[in-house]
Design a protein around this ligand. Structure first.
Ligand SMILES: Cc1cc2nc3c(=O)[nH]c(=O)nc-3n(C[C@H](O)[C@H](O)[C@H](O)COP(=O)(O)OP(=O)(O)OC[C@H]3O[C@@H](n4cnc5c(N)ncnc54)[C@H](O)[C@@H]3O)c2cc1C
Length: 380
């Protein structure tokens, strides 16, 4: 039996675990444990990689705005290319649903306003759209493409450069605490010990909590399916905005010379290696062919991934109130790439100093809005 001792254990090497582990490794020994052979196999490797500042509840938007500063200007060597590239997003609604555009524009954060555009202008920006499908439209000029892989890799490199230890192919199957230490035992029998443990296990976060004997946060993974199809230079120029159907939440966007499309589905699922289902792919194609001039002859690639939410759709970041040294970093929903940088800083702040730094609280981020206690109480 191998026993590994460090100051901090991070379970899960997706983008959330990697960002937190990189921060914690600056001044402590950290072991990050991943059950797969490579980090990023689950949700982190399956996102749409969009930066959408007008998405989600107020606390989510505040954390997104705190992450942006890092993504716009990461430290030298973090990535080789800029993390953001321009995209924009165009939301359209059909006849009878016009009022929804007012709702979207009113819900936009004042710092990132949306603007109404005419249906004719919408079809000029996105020639694939059928004119009759667009009764009203609005443009969000702040939406950008994000290089999710580069962010994840950047944090893994930072973690390694700071002396962090990544243990892959180590599924944690048992947790207990004694003598002031958490002991995490892997399926292969290795033991990892530390006084503080960070639960960044994505869709499996409640399973990890249960292993530790803690109250669940009520995490619900939801499956979302996506397909890649060929574009058409006349209908889908590479600089076309991402197109959102404001009623169904389906979307399509340029993706590395192709198009990525999704129904925006959110089907409750157990924590698992999510796979695309034929019916969901057929429905994406049906939506595309009804709302656009595209004819889908072949799906070149498809995948599904899990977005995991608690009841209020806000992330869960903080020490468990019922146990020593157990820290939750979960519930990142459909925003985890955007949130990762700031949630990593919040994790490090709370663990090292017991409070969130002023630079983050000034943005409206509070400990209570993120605390696991709010979810555990709601579950009683
Ligand atoms: C289709 C889709 C589109 C999305 N689009 C966007 C977007 O445009 N923008 C955005 O910001 N976000 C988006 N997201 C959300 C984003 O991908 C997630 O919020 C984010 O990746 C969550 O990261 P994570 O590190 O928390 O989870 P994960 O990446 O799932 O990482 C958790 C890790 O924990 C490991 N683990 C679990 N249990 C154990 C165990 N017992 N032992 C050891 N390791 C374990 C898993 O193997 C996994 O690698 C999208 C998600 C999907 C599915």
């Amino acid at each position: 039996m191998n026993i590994h001792r460090s100051d901090f254990l991070v379970i899960g090497a997706g983008i959330s675990g990697a960002a937190a582990a990189a921060q914690l490794a600056d001044g402590g020994t950290v072991t990050m444990i991943e059950m797969e052979e490579r980090p990023g196999y689950h949700s982190t490797g399956r996102s749409a990689a969009l930066y959408t500042p007008n998405y989600g509840p107020a606390i989510v938007r505040a954390v997104i705005s705190a992450s942006v500063e890092f993504y716009r200007d990461p430290p030298t060597g973090f990535t080789e290319h800029p993390i953001f590239s321009p995209r924009q997003a165009l939301t359209f609604v059909g006849a009878g649903e016009e009022g929804r555009i007012d709702e979207f524009m009113q819900a936009a954060t004042p710092a990132t306003p949306m603007q109404e555009i005419s249906p004719a202008h919408a079809c000029e920006l996105a020639p694939l759209l059928r004119r009759e499908a667009v009764a009203r439209a609005a443009l969000d000029p702040h939406v950008m493409d994000m290089d999710a892989h580069a962010i994840h890799l950047g944090y893994l490199k930072m973690f390694k450069a700071r002396g962090g230890n990544l243990a892959t192919d180590q599924r944690i199957v048992g947790l207990d605490r004694s003598g002031g230490l958490w002991r995490a035992t892997s399926a292969g029998g290795d033991v990892f010990e530390a006084p503080i443990m960070i639960n960044a296990a994505g869709a499996w976060a409640d399973e990890i909590g249960r292993m530790a004997g803690l109250a669940p946060i009520g995490l619900q993974p939801k499956r979302r399916t996506a397909i890649i199809i060929a574009g058409d230079p006349a209908l889908t120029p590479h600089n076309m905005p991402a197109i959102d159907d404001g009623v169904t939440e389906a979307y399509v966007k340029p993706d590395a010379g192709k198009l990525m499309a999704s129904l925006g589905d959110a089907t409750p699922s157990p924590a698992c290696d999510a796979q695309p289902e034929d019916i969901d792919m057929a429905m994406i194609v049906d939506w595309l062919e009804r709302t656009s001039h595209l004819t889908v002859r072949r799906i070149e690639h498809s995948w599904a991934g899990l977005r995991s939410f608690v009841a209020d759709d806000c992330p869960v970041v903080g020490f468990d109130p019922g146990s020593d040294g157990f820290f939750w970093l979960a519930g990142q929903g459909g925003y985890g790439i955007m949130l990762a940088s700031a949630l990593g800083r919040i994790t490090s702040d709370l663990i090292r100093s017991g409070s969130i730094s002023a630079a983050l609280t000034d943005k409206g981020i509070s400990e209570s809005a993120l605390s696991p206690a709010r979810c555990q109480t709601a579950m009683l």
